[in-house]
Structures are given as C-alpha cells and as structure tokens.
Write a protein that binds this ligand. Structure first.
Ligand code: NAI
Ligand SMILES: Nc1nc(O)c(N)c(N[C@@H]2O[C@H](COP(=O)(O)O)[C@@H](O)[C@H]2O)n1
Length: 277
C-alpha cells in the first residue's frame, strides 16, 4: 500500500544503564539497513513452554528479566510478532518499563499477518490513534505485513483505521517467507529486528536456512548464511505443563546449532545470549 520509505530518527546512544551483556554482545548498534541484524527472543519455562493452555499468557519473566526485555526492545529498530500473538495477548510492544527520563523511543511494531486478520480493536492501534503527542516518542504506528493477494478494500480499511499495510508475496504455506525478511527490513529502512514470537513464528525463523547468497556475514557474529544472528532466551524457574511449546509439536527437529555467548542471572531467571552457527 504505502510504499514510501520511512525515515527513522537515529537512535539515541544507549545510556550506561542498559545491561552491559546486551550492549556488548548484541550488535544492533553496528547493524545497517543493507544488512539488518535479526534477533530471535522468547521467555520459556523449564518444560519449554511459552504460554499456557489455549495460548493463555503466562508471566514467565520476573521484573529484572522483563526490564531486560524492554532494553532489548529499545536496542532494535523493530519488534516483530505473529498475528496470533497479537490476537491472543493484545500486547503493547513498547519500551515502557525503561525510565521515562531517558526518553528512549520504542521499536517499530511489525505484525506478520498473511490474511490481514489484524483486529482494529487492538491496543497497539488504539494507543497510536489516541496518543498523538506521543507518536514516535512512546508509541509507533503498527505496520502490518500481509499477503499481496489481500483485497485492496481490506488493506484500505486497515490503513484508514490508522495502521500501515505492507503487502508482500507469500510462500507456498501462505506465510511471509522468512528468507524475505532482510529485504523487507531494508525496504522499510530498518536496521535491526527483534522477533518476539509466538511459537509458529519462532519455529519458522529458527528453521529458516539462509538469508540469501548476496548478503555478507554479520560483522559481530560472523554467521554467514544463517538468517538469524542472535538468540536471547529467558528461562524462568517454573513448569507450565499443558501449553504452547517454544516451537509447535513435531517441529523440534532441524533447529540450528547455537554458540553460547553469555548467561546472566537476573533475579530468579537465567538469560542466555547465543549466536546461530
Ligand atoms: N513467552 C514468550 O516469550 C512469548 C509467548 N507468546 C505466545 O505465543 C502464542 C502464540 O503463538 P502461535 O499461536 O504459534 O502464533 P504466532 O504468534 O507465532 O502467529 C502465527 C501466525 O503468523 C502468521 N505467519 C506469517 N508468516 C509466518 C511464518 N513465516 N511462519 C509462521 N507463521 C507465520 C500465520 O498467520 C500464523 O498462523 C501466544 O499464546 C503467546 O502468548 C508469544 C510471544 C512471546
Ligand atoms: N519476556 C517475556 N516474558 C514473559 O513472561 C512473557 N509472557 C512475554 N511475552 C511477550 O510479551 C508480550 C507482551 O508485551 P507487552 O508488555 O504488552 O508489551 C507478549 O505478547 C509476548 O510477545 N515476554
């Protein structure tokens, strides 16, 4: 729909209070629009669940690691979730736990939504529409990546409601192809993205083999063909039992080898930073 390139403000240099293990190991500061950095992140229980039965949201992260997640959000130009997470959790996707005095802008929300099921009642859209003075500072416009076969009328309806619609070709599964994400980010002038879930999105991006042959290795991880550069996982000391796994049932095979970079204890939780080999 709206094909104009957006201009993002240069992010503020991150203040000293960001966790050093993030600033040291996550290269979003050195990422470029031509070679965007892709971080995949989630919070899981000891039995590898990210939500409860029926996708019910569970607070896995304690206050310390949740604050870390908001720093992570602030360190990326964009935050990406699947449409099911939007529908089930109705998240805000801001960096609102960071001290207000630092005036750190939130990441750009990107929703992968092939059929454009985006609920017009969603909180991210309401906050964008209802807080005009906070635009760009505390709230960002939701950008919805959908299939290019969605009807023009539907796209127009969502754009009239205040979101931006970005149509792209779908793959044979009817998904946004993970391999197309770097080019999508480049076209949207975004240097880095934090993929936050849910389960189907985590699986599809972690299984994605390559970024394409014409891209150079990440300067910081050295990873050559891999799509995902960094993985940041919060592990909370709890069992969820029945619930949504990190990846859906039957998709545990073929996940990539990881290289451990750092583990930090944050309150009750462990936070692991890895690169993808
Ligand atoms: N603990 C945590 O860190 C997090 C937990 N969650 C939980 O995840 C659950 C939702 O997960 P899911 O149902 O798996 O939905 P999801 O949020 O992964 O969305 C899946 C949908 O995204 C669309 N999609 C577009 N491109 C895709 C691609 N390349 N691959 C896969 N899907 C693609 C499809 O329409 C698909 O149905 C919720 O219960 C939520 O609470 C979500 C984020 C973080
Ligand atoms: N880091 C983390 N820890 C948990 O325990 C979680 N349940 C999640 N969930 C993710 O956070 C989103 C909600 O974010 P807002 O606070 O509303 O911005 C939710 O949709 C999941 O993506 N994350």
């Amino acid at each position: 729909m709206n094909s104009s390139i957006s201009t993002l403000p240069t992010p503020l240099p991150l203040p000293a209070d960001a966790p050093t293990f993030l600033t040291e190991h996550l290269p979003s500061a050195s990422a470029t629009v031509d070679r965007p950095h892709i971080t995949v992140t989630w919070a899981q229980s000891l039995d590898s669940k990210i939500a409860g039965p029926g996708g019910k949201r569970v607070m896995i992260s304690g206050p310390e690691s949740m604050l870390m997640t908001h720093w992570l959000r602030a360190m990326h130009d964009a935050i990406l979730i699947g449409v099911n997470t939007l529908i089930l959790d109705d998240p805000r996707l801001q960096a609102n736990l960071l001290p207000e005095s630092l005036a750190i802008p939130p990441p750009q929300p990107l929703i992968l939504d092939p059929r454009l099921r985006f609920p017009l009642s969603s909180r991210i859209l309401a906050e964008w529409n209802e807080r005009p003075l906070d635009r760009g500072k505390k709230v960002k416009q939701p950008w919805i990546i959908c299939g290019d076969d969605v009807s023009f009328g539907k796209m127009e309806e969502v754009e009239s409601a205040g979101a931006r619609v970005v149509p792209v070709p779908l793959d044979e599964k009817g998904h946004i192809p993970p391999s197309s994400l770097p080019a999508i980010l480049t076209s949207l002038n975004l240097r880095s993205v934090m993929i936050e879930g849910g389960s189907k999105i985590l699986s599809s991006f972690l299984h994605a083999p390559t970024r394409g042959s014409n891209t150079s290795p990440s300067p910081s991880t050295g990873g050559s063909g891999v799509l995902v550069d960094s993985v940041v996982v919060t592990v909370g000391p709890m069992f969820i039992g029945d619930g949504i796994g990190v990846v859906p049932e039957g998709e545990q095979k073929g996940l990539p080898p990881l290289k451990h970079i750092h583990t930090e204890t944050m309150g009750k939780d462990s936070v692991m930073v890895c690169s993808v080999e």
